[in-house]
Design a protein around this ligand. Structure first.
Ligand SMILES: Nc1nc2c(c(=O)[nH]1)N[C@H]1C(S)=C(S)[C@@H](COP(=O)(O)OP(=O)(O)OC[C@H]3O[C@@H](n4cnc5c(=O)[nH]c(N)nc54)[C@H](O)[C@@H]3O)O[C@H]1N2
Ligand SMILES: Nc1nc2c(c(=O)[nH]1)N[C@H]1C(S)=C(S)[C@@H](COP(=O)(O)OP(=O)(O)OC[C@H]3O[C@@H](n4cnc5c(=O)[nH]c(N)nc54)[C@H](O)[C@@H]3O)O[C@H]1N2
Ligand code: SF4
Ligand SMILES: [Mo]
Length: 747
């Protein structure tokens, strides 16, 4: 096989040049990996990649180090008398059965739960087969970082568009004015916004405004930074909506005739004048009016809100209002505005939820046992997990399966989870490292290294500004060719949950059944279609989802359409171009209209009114990301850990002066959730009254095997996140805007 340059590509495991898509973040960079003497000798951006054109960041260049990491688990491990022992796969599965079967027999499957983490979203295999585990095991409640991430967006999209993963994405390639709220793409490389070289594209936009309590690297490169009080974005956006109506600037443009609730919204916004919100938000009334005029007066403009707008106290209102402003200013479903992407391969995650079709606002179908938290879109707050494990009684959680997640560091009150995980009767982790969470497991079942697996993106394709498909074959063959792949592990655990010993599960039968179900959702006969294939597993499903996707051949109906075989002949990927208008076809609401003013969200406005009327907090904490981290799990890569300590508390010079603090001083940060000690970093790049910490730190725990990370452990900021501090409508954790006090540590 040759590339466009004519340079031959090496086969799996061979020395030479390999092409591979980076699985680490939404930028999905095409990498060119040079293998020499069986090892990665260099990684650079693939300039011929039809999506990323050579972009990469420092993380992508370290996949070789991740592969070679001596701490990475390569064989299954079981814990015997507190000591880890490497065992055969058979023995590991038998141990899973020994541990889990008695729990299910005695207490039922209701005593078993799972936590499935962030890397799933990036893998066509892990995501879909975790779907098997979650869908077929019978576990009534499972947890994920979804409820400390984008759940408010799922909720507002469900209510507005009748599609819980129908997320409008800013068309940054074709806009003239971008307003970024609560996102720092200079660090994250884009989120719910998959774009190649996102900062390069943003740099080309005529005017960029950043609304953030922190003057981030994104804000530094923007035309204007508007420092906002954390948690008040919904109030600011309501005042923008107020102005749009008051000054007769509303113009639905292409959405005329497709929107329901404009009058209701006008009535609601009447109460939210710029003067009312100026004090609490910290942004002048005149500036708010000017923002509304600027958005309405620019032909191609778009507001983009991300995690700072989601994992905060008013995440649902803020997420909803971003879309509302885009719709009211005519910047919706048109080039340069917010548009719905089209994924070339459909993801299992985004399929409609049984019982919630048509955007029905029915929540609280059940409540959690201990706290009484309401279910929203099939999830309850992940911060409930610790109390559900710790509290005796009917329905107590006795067994946990984690898949690619580190909730001890990632979730609110993770230290509490750390305390209660050892009390479980059984814990099984599907993970590649012994970290702060998996150290508590009884069995660890490792997947392959990223470079040993084929790659195609999954969920992220639903957020991409172009429709792309790119299949990467593995760079290396697994060291042990007979070992099970992650998808087989997940099928065995699924079988175990439904009563078959893990070692006896008929993997192929469950895989076929799953395939038939997926085919059925596309109106196809799985048994018939399966005859096209001589193998099962994730590639068969990938082929199905490509062929039945928007560019697929539908098994021969469109002879020029996409298939996995065809994709494999284009190693630089296929780019089907930018987003296209999709309203009303994409809407899942019964009348095919966008609901602009869902009552469920309006019901939360009194809570927002209470927030802006309450006395301002002395100091509040927000979160931040760094380009060289990836949540909690790339801290074991030596080259990414070079340089100064990143786990610091950013504090404004005035706040520091008042406390007699300078950079490097150790401070105690205390919230109603707990207290941590951390070095302070004094700066003028933050709004006074706000401090900022990164998450994913707090390594150095006994029993972990993360030698590099443990050398610079940092502290776990989620000790400070009170488990019950939530965005009420969605149940999403509020990890930003947490009231804290800060004092010199030795004082
Ligand atoms: N390098 C790197 N990349 C990553 C990750 C990583 O850990 N490292 N994580 C990945 C994941 S899982 C995700 S979800 C994405 C997230 O991607 P982004 O959404 O871009 O996340 P952050 O970089 O944390 O930026 C969030 C911003 O919100 C601001 N903020 C906090 N509270 C508020 C508020 O109340 N209002 C406003 N307006 N702003 C606020 C913060 O100051 C911060 O600048 O990044 C992904 N990419
Ligand atoms: N304070 C604060 N807390 C936050 C956030 C914040 O902004 N502020 N952000 C939240 C967000 S948006 C998210 S998404 C969560 C992330 O929360 P998690 O998903 O729980 O955390 P990660 O650190 O991404 O953990 C990834 C895990 O997957 C493992 N892993 C990596 N690759 C693979 C693989 O190929 N297979 C398997 N089986 N395992 C693998 C790693 O070893 C690690 O254990 O954190 C949340 N926590
Ligand atoms: S930006 Fe970095 S981490 Fe993200 S896909 Fe590209 S190389 Fe990988
Ligand atoms: Mo996330």
């Amino acid at each position: 096989m040759t590339t466009d340059l004519g340079t031959p590509l090496a086969g799996i495991g061979q020395d030479g040049r390999h092409l591979y898509t980076c699985p680490l973040c939404e930028a999905m960079c095409g990498l060119e990996i040079q293998v020499t003497d069986g090892r990665v000798a260099g990684i650079r951006g693939n300039r011929d990649d039809t999506w990323s054109h050579g972009h990469l960041c420092p993380k992508g260049a370290t996949l070789g180090a991740v592969h070679d990491d001596p701490d990475r688990i390569r064989a299954p491990m079981i814990k015997v008398d507190g000591q880890w022992r490497e065992v055969s796969w058979d023995a590991a599965f038998r141990r899973c059965t020994e541990l889990l079967a008695p729990v299910i027999e005695k207490c039922g499957i209701g005593a078993v739960t799972a936590y499935t983490g962030n890397p799933l979203a990036h893998s066509f295999s892990l995501a879909r087969y975790t779907g098997v585990l979650l869908g077929m095991s019978g576990m009534p409640v499972t947890y994920s970082p979804g409820t400390v991430d984008q759940w408010p967006k799922n909720l507002s999209s469900h209510l507005m568009y009748g599609g819980w993963w129908s997320f409008p994405v800013p068309d940054i390639e074709r806009t003239e004015l971008l307003v970024v709220m609560g996102a720092n793409p200079a660090a994250s490389q884009g989120s719910l916004l998959a774009a190649p070289d996102v900062m390069g594209i943003i740099g080309e936009i005529g005017r960029v405004l950043v609304i953030d309590p922190v003057r981030t690297a994104t804000a530094d490169r923007a035309d204007e930074w508007l420092p906002i009080t954390p948690g008040t974005d919904a109030a600011l956006l309501l005042a923008v909506v107020h102005t749009l109506f008051a000054e007769d600037l509303v113009s639905l443009g292409a959405m005329q005739g497709h929107v329901d609730g404009v009058d209701r919204l006008r009535d609601v916004a009447a109460d939210w004048s710029p003067e009312r919100v100026a004090g609490p938000t910290g942004i002048d009334a005149a500036r708010i009016r000017a923002l509304a005029r600027e958005l309405a007066g620019t032909e191609r403009a778009v507001v983009y809100g991300r995690i700072g707008l989601c994992n905060q106290e008013f995440g649902s209102l803020a997420s909803w209002l971003v879309d509302v402003v885009n719709i009211l200013t005519g910047h919706f479903d048109v080039p340069g505005g917010a548009m719905f992407p089209r994924a070339a391969a459909w993801s299992l995650t985004v399929q409609p939820q049984p019982g919630l079709e048509g955007g029905l606002p029915e929540f609280g179908r059940y409540r959690t046992r201990v706290r009484g938290a309401k279910e929203v879109l099939g999830q309850v707050p992940v911060s409930c997990m610790a109390e559900e494990i710790a509290t005796p009684g009917d329905g107590q959680i006795k067994a946990l399966i984690t898949v690619a997640g580190n909730p001890v560091l990632s979730t609110p009150g993770g230290h509490r989870l750390d305390e209660v995980l050892p009390t479980l009767d059984a814990m099984i982790a599907v993970d590649l490292w012994i970290n702060e969470t998996t150290r508590h497991a009884d069995v660890i079942l490792p997947g392959l290294s990223p470079l040993e697996q084929p790659h195609h993106d999954d969920l992220i394709l639903n957020f991409a500004i172009n429709s792309v498909a790119n299949y990467s074959p593995p760079v290396f063959a697994p060291e042990d060719p007979d070992r099970p792949h992650e998808w087989e592990i997940l099928i065995r655990l699924t079988g175990l949950c439904t009563g078959t010993p893990a070692e006896d599960v008929d993997v192929a039968a469950i895989d076929d059944g799953f395939f038939d179900y997926l085919a059925f959702t596309q109106g196809l006969d799985g048994a018939e279609i399966r005859r096209h294939y001589d193998h099962g597993g994730p590639e068969r499903i990938l082929d199905l989802t490509l062929r039945t996707g928007p560019f697929g051949d539908r098994y021969g109906e469109d002879p020029d359409g996409l298939t996995l075989d065809r994709l494999k002949t284009t190693p630089n990927g296929v780019n089907f171009g930018p987003m296209v208008p999709q309203v009303p076809a994409i809407l899942g609401t019964p009348d095919s209209k966008i609901r602009l003013a869902p009552q469920y969200l309006l019901d939360d406005l009194p809570r927002l009114a209470g927030r802006i009327e309450r006395a301002p907090d002395d100091l509040v904490l927000v979160s931040r990301r760094h380009l060289r981290s990836n949540n909690s799990w790339l801290h074991n890569v030596p080259s990414l850990m070079k340089g100064r300590d990143r786990c610091t508390l950013l504090m404004h010079v005035d706040d520091a002066a008042r406390r007699g603090l300078s950079t490097g001083d150790r401070v105690a940060v205390t919230s109603s959730g707990g207290s941590i000690e951390v070095p302070v970093e004094v700066t003028d790049a933050i709004k006074p009254g706000v401090v900022s910490m990164p998450h994913g730190w707090g390594h150095g725990r006994p029993g972990t095997r993360m030698s590099v990370a443990n050398g610079s452990p940092g502290v776990n900021t989620n000790v400070l996140s009170p488990p019950t501090f939530l965005d009420e409508p969605s149940g999403n954790g509020a990890l930003n805007g947490i009231p804290v006090t800060v004092a010199r540590a030795d004082a």
